[in-house]
Design a protein around this ligand. Sequence first.
Ligand code: NAD
Length: 481
Amino acid sequence: MSSSEEVISHNPATGAELGRVLLAGDNEYESILQEALLAFQHWRLLPAPNRGDIVREIGEELRAEKEALGELVTLEAGKIIAEGQGEVQEMIDIAQFAAGLSRQLYGLSMHSERKGHRMYEQWHPLGVVGIISAFNFPVAVWSWNALIALVCGNTVVWKPSLKTPLTAIAVQQICDRVLTRHGWKGVVNLLIGNDRVVGSRMLHDPRMPLISATGSTRMGRQVGQVVAGRLGRTLLELGGNNGAIVMDDADPDLVVRAALFGAVGTAGQRCTSLRRLFVQRGIARTVIQKLTTAYAQVLVGDPSDPHTLMGPLIDADAVEHMLRALERIRVQGGEILAGGNRFNALGECFVEPTLVRSHPEMEILREEIFAPILHVIEFATLDEAIRWHNDVPQGLASSIFTSSVYSSETFLSTRGSDCGIANVNIATSGAEIGGAFGGEKETGGGRESGSDSWKAYMRRQTVTVNWSKELPLAQGITFEL
Ligand code: NAD
């Protein structure tokens, strides 16, 4: 059945309608999937460096459209200009990375215990990779997955967040331009549909061997269970609840700049946003004073004004969610040091960046509140700070600020941070594409982007070739008639 439902895209800064998109129904799902399956039969045969060359061209096309696409991200997701442009830059970076990677999809070779035998492993593409993405990185997260999956020989089907359908259409058109030039169809595909029809079908569909899903832990739990039920693979990039530890010997000015970027950047709507700042007693007063002053100076407003540091939240529901969380924070004993209100004068999606003095027993510290709320918690010893830092269900990004090698190495050691990302003297957010990105525990365990994350998009095949005229068996077994 075709769907007659549509989704309206709004500008969160003004509330203005940006456009309407007709949602895909069952018929569109099936025809897109057939195209992706057919394209895979041919795309996988194109040598990887040639696939890399096409991905490189997609990167060049993105570079040409960087400003326009970045502006669209600002319009539809409410990110400030620098962040909208930065998101497209990330896509360009990953395209370059993927193009280089296309000549480096290496397998190992092993020495066989059998005479005249050769052993090695090789990597093959999986098939049609399903990508589900969140609103807060409406285009970059797609590129981390898609551009790597493509050089690996897969075709991709993307289901973006219904909060940001227009940016997805723009990206699809940019890719179509390049792929059509080379005579390719069905390699990169877009399905804008709701979770009930498109989302659910993707999860249940055995023709998609891998579902890479980015979003809340609630969503990841559903995706993980359904796909595991058909023994499919998932790559889950879920919520974070990121903490930083500030030791007495840290540079307080550096801490404040980094904390501000980490907590206020993207209006606290990054999976890596800084949410919990543990400050050692000796430096706490200075850091809190400087942070409070800095918070009062953050310019909140129109994200397309280059002076603005913080734009709106994605929608009115997100504002309500933040205000309800602040109520709970007050009930649990948190003290609001800065902010704490909605910015009515600006529009219905604007809030003040908020700084809270909290204590480690507060239950709400265990949750990811997707808004610009930063908890400051004082501690006495590094061991105590690490214990509190790790005592949350999520495990994405973490930082320590210190000039002591002992403290930083302890934090990076096996008894330190339990997160997928651990930084020293920089914020929890703002990762580069060259490293593997992802987190532990309820963050889902997936790794995307750089390093050897490409392996998630391929299947490993162990090969043994007997080039002798004998048939020796492994483990010295004899089996003769
Ligand atoms: P969300 O979970 O509401 O939605 C994410 C995506 O999943 C959307 O496309 C949505 O339509 C889809 N979805 C939800 N339920 C589904 C289901 N049952 N079946 C199929 N699809 C389903 O998240 P959001 O509000 O868009 O994004 C914010 C969340 O994403 C935060 O928790 C944030 O930390 C997380 N996030 C994580 C990363 C990371 O790399 N770890 C990156 C960005 C965002």
